[in-house]
Design a protein around this ligand. Structure first.
Ligand code: FES
Ligand SMILES: [Fe+2]
Length: 416
């Protein structure tokens, strides 16, 4: 349970909010690379961290995120003309280059130097690993993140995104919460687990959490009993501020799950599914997962996620909702548009999210007092999530030390 003030701090992402200022010190995943217009092409809308922007690609292929609103009388530059060297507002013809500088003002007399004094916000944007990264903060941006999935051949990693119509932090909490896999994502009857993974997750539905603070964020260990002398550890990595790495299941695919706040009440949920050695073979996710022409899942709150009550009742599906992403979306969105953490009742299985909240509240406060935000050094990003069985006597940070290194030659640790 949090105070109202703490809940505000965690959830508000606008330019003047404490968390909004903190998050602006990091590159934010803003769009998928597939959304980038060609050089000279029409701009695309991009709302991120509560700011309405347009992604503009000039004739030389340089990308920039510009304020969507023209400096003159605020008409939308989304409807503007891309003239190669700049984006021209169609209301009175003012044109802005990729640095946001007004470079033409045909509605003013030719001798006027007014245009030199006029600019709009312009932010750096770069494409890497299938994602458009944006930096909305002050000064020079830090180096780009360098998580393992970002450095793999394109064949080994599939990146996708979908919309969550709720606040960013509750989506992130869902990714860190390893305990819900025994329920929300249950695939079989506990009496007849359909595979080893199901057997482990249903065999002990009340995991104990141990959390270690690391240079990049947190290693969140959830342990479940296996017999009398072993634990099955699922170690989820939290990389400040947007990223989680989800332990692999059967075939060894790792899930990088990261969130980008559109504003206080909506979030892009990005997912990268990868394996350091294996190319992806599945068509994932299939186009029918989305409402046509959008990144909104087809099973969404307007149709109650197409819940099948019959399947829920007869046990063929625990939730009655198809799809892991859809199940996660249902719980995140139904917690409230901005989850009110003054009303909750937390138990022992919530230790992972409690520590994540404490971590962020601490670092936001320290940042406001002048400290440098954590995890800006990409050399710290080479970590993996792990699923492994260890003797009870071995601390997870020791037993999984090698397995958590994202290095060539280190096998992906998966128990299933
Ligand atoms: S509003 Fe854009 S030129 Fe006037
Ligand atoms: Fe989940």
């Amino acid at each position: 349970m949090l105070t109202p003030e703490e809940n505000e701090t965690l959830t508000r992402v606008g330019p003047t909010a404490p968390m909004g200022r903190f998050l602006r010190r990091y590159w934010v995943p803003a769009l998928l690379a597939e959304e980038v217009p060609p050089p000279g092409g029409a701009p695309v809308r991009c709302r991120i961290l509560g700011e309405d922007l347009v992604l503009f690609c000039d004739q030389d292929g340089h990308l920039a995120l510009l304020d969507e609103h023209c400096a003159h009388r605020r008409a939308s530059l989304y409807y503007g003309r891309n003239e190669g060297v700049g984006l021209r507002c169609v209301y009175h013809g003012w044109m802005f280059d990729r640095h946001g500088q007004c470079i033409d003002m045909p509605s003013e007399p030719p001798e006027s130097a007014f245009k030199e004094k006029v600019r709009i916000a312009a932010y750096p944007a770069v494409v890497q690993a299938g994602v458009v990264w944006a930096y909305l903060g002050p000064g020079e941006p830090p180096p780009l993140p360098a998580m393992e999935w970002m450095t793999l051949p394109a064949s080994h990693c599939v990146v996708s995104k979908h919309l969550a119509e709720c606040n960013w932090f509750q989506v992130l909490e869902g990714a860190i919460d390893s305990s819900h896999i025994s329920f929300l994502h249950r695939l079989s009857d506990p009496a007849h687990p359909k595979n080893r993974f199901e057997q482990l997750k249903l065999g002990d539905p009340h995991p104990r959490f141990e959390v270690a603070e690391t240079p990049y964020g947190l290693a969140v260990g959830a342990r479940r009993s296996v017999g009398d002398d072993q634990y099955w550890w699922r170690i989820t990595q939290y990389l400040c501020p947007y990223y989680t790495l989800i332990p692999p299941v059967e075939e060894g695919w790792i899930g990088a799950f990261f969130v980008a706040p559109i504003d206080d009440t909506a979030t892009w949920v990005f997912r990268a599914r990868y394996h350091p050695e294996k190319p992806q073979t599945q068509n994932y996710p299939t186009p029918d997962r989305y409402e046509p022409g959008t990144y909104r899942l087809a099973r969404n709150r307007d149709n109650e996620y197409r819940i099948d009550r019959e399947a829920q009742l007869n046990g063929t599906s625990y939730t009655g909702i198809d799809g892991i992403a859809e199940q996660d979306l249902m719980v995140a969105e139904t917690e409230g548009v901005i989850y009110d953490r003054t009303l909750e009742r937390l138990g022992t299985s919530d230790v992972g999210i409690i520590r994540c909240r404490q971590y962020l509240l601490h670092h936001v406060a320290a940042f406001l007092a002048g400290a440098t935000p954590p995890n800006l050094d990409p050399r710290e990003h080479r970590v993996r999530p792990v699923s492994m069985i260890l003797p009870r006597s071995v601390p997870f940070m020791e037993g999984a030390r090698e397995a958590m290194r994202a290095s060539p030659g280190v096998p992906v640790f998966v128990v299933a």
